[in-house]
Design a protein around this ligand. Structure first.
Ligand SMILES: [Zn+2]
Ligand SMILES: [Zn+2]
Length: 344
């Protein structure tokens, strides 16, 4: 089969011929991939940044966001059958560590990740454990089904607490931030203010339901937010950029007793913030978000998509055959895309 493989410990990846993977354990399933989406993680693996060099062992098939059809199942597989239309949670938990036993498999001590610690979905076929398969309704377009995993991140970030009737600021509207705009809108947020450095992303954010879009490179975020919130600041802050300036801007415009969720990953281990004034005296509640709640967020994502409450079409900006994956990587690198979909 054809696949996109990270073959060397340097920038790049190759579209090449590899063997079709085989079911090796009785609880695994073989899936024919219909569509896969490019994630920021895939771009990092392609670029070979520090994180990638510490986590990826080439050769490895890239990709983890996908939708496809089950074509073979192992002997112990019970929930999924041949012909099912599925997507997959990408975090594979062990099921027996402290976190797994106490209801938090998303932070399993022995976590394995599709396309990171095992072969991924930028291929014609992928083998996955049955336990991460998520069945899709037959009428869900493959492009939508393929982006449920990042949309789950968005749901978890937005809905760490409710947003109904609240004012929301989102710093960073790359693909997950854009999905978060739609989720916040559908969940009853009354004003959504977004910031980014890319006008391309800001335009899509407006289509997704943002009321105010601020280019943080040219406008004063704080002034805009205060103008839009009667000088109070926002009730809810969603940090999705991983930029230290953006985080500080967000902390600065939070109304006291507000809530922040942090999803963006920072390149520096230490990020300076004014803890006294911006967090403690404001009595903020701060959530770290990683992965998704398995499978609670999948239920919500699936319903938001099926009901049409969130239309993700503006976020899906490019579609390429798998062999042209590099076009997608470059567009993402230049921040000139939303979600890029690849078809094997
Ligand atoms: Zn992803
Ligand atoms: Zn575990």
């Amino acid at each position: 089969m054809k696949a996109v493989v990270k073959t060397e410990r340097k920038r790049g990846a190759v579209f090449t011929e590899v063997p079709v993977p085989k079911i090796e354990r009785d609880d695994e399933i073989l899936v024919k991939v219909k569509a896969a989406a490019v994630c920021g993680t895939d771009l990092h693996i392609y670029q070979w940044n520090r994180w990638a060099s510490e986590h990826i062992n080439p050769p490895q098939i890239m990709g983890h966001e996908f939708a496809g059809e089950v074509v073979e199942v192992g002997k112990e597989v019970k929930r999924v059958k041949v012909g099912d239309y599925i997507s997959a949670e990408t975090h594979i938990s062990c099921g027996h560590c402290y976190q797994c036993l106490t209801g938090h498999p998303e932070v399993c001590e022995n976590l394995k990740i599709l396309g990171v610690s095992r072969d991924g979905a930028f291929a014609e076929y992928i083998v996955i454990p049955e336990k991460i398969a998520w069945k899709n309704p037959d009428d869900l377009p493959v492009e939508f089904a393929a982006i449920q995993e990042p949309m789950g991140n968005a749901v978890d970030t937005v809905l760490a607490e409710d947003v109904a009737g609240k004012t929301v600021a989102i710093t960073g509207v790359g693909p997950i931030g854009l999905l978060a705009v739609g989720v916040a809108r559908a969940s009853g947020a009354t004003k959504i203010i977004v910031s980014d450095l890319s006008d391309y992303h800001l335009e899509i954010a407006k289509k997704m339901g943002a009321d105010v879009a601020v280019n943080a490179g040219s406008a004063n975020f704080k002034e805009v937010v205060m103008d839009e919130t009667e000088g109070r600041g926002v009730d809810v802050g969603l940090e999705m950029s991983g930029n230290a300036h953006a985080l500080n801007d967000l902390l600065d415009v939070m109304t006291p007793a507000g809530r922040i969720s942090l999803l963006g990953l920072f390149s520096d281990d230490f990020v300076p913030v004014k803890l006294n004034d911006d967090v403690i005296f404001k009595k903020l509640r701060i959530y770290g978000i990683t992965g998704r709640r398995i499978f609670q967020t999948w239920v919500i994502v699936s319903r938001l998509l099926s009901s049409g409450r969130v239309d993700v079409s503006p976020v899906i900006t490019h579609k390429f055959p798998l062999k042209e994956f590099e076009k997608g990587m470059l567009l993402m690198e230049q921040k000139q895309s939303g979600k890029v979909i690849l078809y094997p």
